[in-house]
Write a protein that binds this ligand. Structure first.
Ligand code: ATP
Ligand code: MG
Length: 405
């Protein structure tokens, strides 16, 4: 029986890797221009970190974590990276630095979900986190980094949706209102929504269950609730955000029903969606999480960030083709071929030779597939100390010395 990659995971093949390298390089370029520094945290953490940091009313913590026990310790493969970054932020005393602390990350995340288009069990995220700034310019900065990153990758037609969830005071009345409207048909909603009803009614708006969504429409839910009434402070913060986005020329759509899957968001939430992704249409999600650092044992620290799904992002970008290497050394003298290849690499060229010293025609055939130029090193070339360089795109052939190359 042959072994296959586990369900919900994918190999990223050499023919696809150039897109990934391009995405990661672009991320580094865009984020470092704004002085965000990369951080790499472990792919597994104490389970407790996610239970506290992601929240125990979330699907992630309730159903999707890959948890295992080693030496009586419960560990979990990270389902997201914000909790890990906050843990590192506290562990390494970043909070003693003068704010802001600006970080970005990339890497695999793990969620036990039903695999489908745009949804895997091991998938990748690139994300940014910014600590220490309450002002809405930080929220705008993060949204700018996301749109700039997408723009640099050639994607400028995505939709930025924003909303403000306010603070816990702002949400109190809205939660009650939601519960009142939902109460008459609560019994028909999915089990998750029934649990959310008491613990976190806002999350009901984020339900992906088709039956629930049909019921919301039938009962005209979205017209019966008013949206969150923001307190003066939260309201000011939200209008500041919109002002900054306007200044930055970032187009956005306000969606008063946008809530996010995780428990820790306050004030700003946003998502970036594409019409070309089918039902899993969110490429990027984020927002402000002023309570999280405190929840994980630090002092009250305002923070804002986002995470982008790299597989979904990649599916919007055309597949780039792998670069050909500079030179393929064609020779029946393997020692000389090895020597010349090494010399070429030393000079900064990419080069290879035929490990099997096959017939010249075979070597040239291989060269044409992988290389821009072939260097022919035959008997005459070796005797008279020159190289025959064949441009494999134009078939042009020239005699050159190594120095001339
Ligand atoms: P969704 O609503 O699509 O489940 P989410 O709210 O769970 O997304 P986040 O936890 O905010 O998503 O993650 C940010 C981004 O990571 C998403 O917008 C998406 O692009 C990507 N993502 C999340 N889960 C998966 C997955 N299982 N497979 C592939 N990409 C994912
Ligand atoms: Mg999800």
């Amino acid at each position: 029986m042959s072994i296959k990659a586990p369900k919900g995971t994918k190999d990223i093949l050499p023919s696809e890797i150039i897109n990934w390298q391009n995405i990661e390089k672009t991320a580094n370029d865009v984020f470092s221009k704004a002085n965000f520094k990369e951080i790499r945290t472990p792919v597994f953490e104490d389970t407790d970190l996610f239970e506290r940091g992601v929240g125990d009313t979330t699907d992630i913590v309730n159903k999707e974590m890959y948890t295992f026990i080693k030496s009586d310790r419960s560990l979990t493969l990270r389902p997201e990276n914000t909790a890990g970054v906050v843990r590192a932020y506290l562990e390494h005393n970043f909070h003693r630095e003068s704010p802001p602390v600006k970080l970005w990350y990339k890497g695999p995340m793990f969620r036990y979900e039903r695999p489908q288009a745009g949804r895997q069990r091991q998938f990748h995220q690139i994300g940014v986190e910014m600590f220490g700034i309450q002002d809405a310019s930080a929220d705008a900065e993060c949204i700018f980094l996301a749109t700039e990153f997408l723009k640099r990758l050639g994607l400028s037609d995505l939709v930025v949706e924003i909303n403000s969830l306010g603070c816990s005071e702002c949400r109190k009345e809205y939660k009650e209102q939601l519960k009142r409207v939902i109460a008459p048909f609560l019994g028909e909603l999915c089990e998750d929504c029934q649990n959310r009803y008491e613990k976190n009614p806002l999350r009901i708006l984020d339900c992906k269950n088709e039956n629930c969504n049909r019921l919301f429409e039938e009962h005209d839910l979205k017209n019966k609730v008013s949206g969150i009434k923001l307190c003066p402070e939260c309201s000011q913060h939200y209008s500041d955000l919109k002002k900054y986005l306007d200044v930055l020329n970032i187009k956005y759509v306000e969606n008063t029903f946008l809530v996010r899957g995780l428990d820790y968001y306050t004030k700003t939430v946003f998502e970036i969606k594409s019409n070309n992704l089918g039902s899993q249409n969110a490429v990027c999600g984020g927002g402000r999480y002023d309570g999280l650092v405190e929840t994980l044992g630090g002092a009250h620290t305002p923070a804002v960030g986002w995470a982008m799904g790299v597989e979904r992002l990649n599916s919007l970008i055309p597949q780039l083709s792998n670069d050909k290497i500079d030179y393929f050394v064609v020779s029946d003298n393997k020692i000389e071929a090895v020597k010349l290849t090494a010399k070429l690499r030393e000079k900064g060229f990419s080069a290879e030779f035929d490990y099997n010293s096959r017939k010249f025609a075979k070597q040239l055939e291989k060269a044409a597939k992988t290389s821009k130029c072939a260097i022919i090193l035959g008997e005459d070339e070796l005797k008279n100390n020159y190289l025959t360089v064949k441009n494999l795109e134009t078939s042009n052939q020239e005699k050159k010395t190594f120095e001339e190359l």
